[in-house]
Design a protein around this ligand. Sequence first.
Ligand code: ADP
Ligand code: MG
Length: 143
Amino acid sequence: MTVQQTLSIIKPDAVGKNNIGDIIARLEKKGLNIVAAKMLHLSKEQAEQFYAVHKERPFYGELVQFMTTGPVLAMVLEGEDAILQNREIMGATNPSEAAPGTIRADFASSIEENAVHGSDSPETAGFEIPFFFTQEEILKRTR
Ligand code: ADP
Ligand code: MG
């Protein structure tokens, strides 16, 4: 077991439905600590860069469009095996395949508008966390 940091985003659909609090409650209840957070409205360029890994996928254009439809809440979560833990709490990409009780099963409306993003590996987290946060913006939990 190792303490990790992972990037979480509450996507525009979930922000628009006022599901921020319910989603964060699930993350905190599982022992993930928020060590950085900011709300922002992504530009087209930011969304394109963030999802550049999916550039060749057929859904890339729609994904970029969706992610710019409203504000998002970007967070750094910290905890034991935070990357995998967060992915488990999120559930499968397609909400119709997401396990009961996961965030996507309960808050996502489609495979595209699926409420949350989470880094899928240490390498991805290493790109995604500095994409949104400077070192100074990531805080130590002192109590
Ligand atoms: P995840 O977010 O679970 O890591 P991916 O990295 O595969 O999933 O995809 C990134 C995002 O692109 C998804 O969360 C979803 O918003 C969107 N997406 C993925 N697959 C599709 C698809 N087949 N059609 C439309 N949008 C999709
Ligand atoms: Mg992914």
